[in-house]
Design a binder for this molecule. Structure first.
Ligand code: BTN
Length: 245
């Protein structure tokens, strides 16, 4: 795959920028957009992604995973989460993945992923993988959840572009594993990194709070929670893992 980098000073959102290029027929697989600043950086749901100019990594990558059915779109999110962990390990960080794809250090968010697909028939025609990683920013007054960064954790900084190059390398390596059908390996590594797996945790679903134990994630990306003598599967946005406790 041929990689094409677009490096921007300021943009509304790197994900939106790629969407626009797709509409204009100007975007191919392997397009990578990075920016110093996003005027309207988007997070999951209604959240904004706040990041001070030039301090952090803001990157979106376009892939065409036509081999993947829409029902298995979680596989993209899983491999992107692992690529972020691959990038953080050599920096001395020990990231955990909070289902489905928040990247945490202890209980604080260091990176987030916003994936947007285009579906044709039953398959995924394109996917925009947007990644924000907190590197050099040392306070997060506007962040919707507790956040941390490389600088706060390790006391040193890294040039965002260098980290972006590294991240892309890992993303491509994980994408090759996915294409080659090495799902078992990806699943195993994802579960090894999964925040709170096999430990009692507190959840909220359908307005109720309850205790349970995460036992895994199925092929469709649903969280498997053991509750008493049964294991229940929950889709994205059907359950929340409450961080306290
Ligand atoms: C989350 O809420 O956890 C997802 C955050 C995703 C942020 C990244 S930054 C680069 C890309 N462009 C956006 O507008 N969002 C993603």
């Amino acid at each position: 795959m041929e990689v094409r980098w677009i490096k921007l000073g300021s943009v509304t959102s790197t994900n939106s920028y790629i969407s626009e290029l797709i509409k204009q027929g100007k975007a191919g697989e392997g397009l990578v957009v990075i920016a110093d600043y996003q005027e309207a950086g988007r997070g999951q749901g209604a959240n904004r992604w706040q990041s001070r100019k030039g301090e952090n990594l803001l990157m979106s990558t376009l892939l065409f995973p036509a081999f993947l059915s829409a029902s298995r779109q979680f596989h993209i999110s899983r491999m992107a989460s692992l690529a972020i962990c691959d990038t953080m390990d050599p920096l001395g960080l020990d990231p955990r993945i909070k289902w489905p794809n928040d990247i945490l250090i202890r209980q604080e968010k260091i990176a987030g992923i916003l994936i947007e697909h285009g579906i044709t028939g039953k398959n995924i025609s394109h996917t925009i993988i947007g990644i924000g990683m907190n590197l050099n920013q040392s306070d997060f007054p506007e962040f919707p959840v507790n956040a941390t960064s490389l600088a706060l954790e390790k006391g040193f900084t890294r040039e965002p572009l260098l980290v972006a190059e590294d991240l892309l390398k890992h993303l491509m390596a994980r994408y090759i594993q996915l294409k080659e059908g090495r799902s078992e390996l990806l699943e195993q590594e994802y579960l090894e990194r999964l925040f709170r797996i096999h430990r009692p945790a507190s959840f909220r679903a359908k307005g109720k709070t309850f205790n349970g134990v995460i036992r895994g994630v199925n092929d469709y990306g649903e969280l498997l929670v053991e509750q008493g003598d049964q294991t229940v599967s929950y889709g994205f946005q059907e359950i929340e893992l409450t961080l306290e406790g």
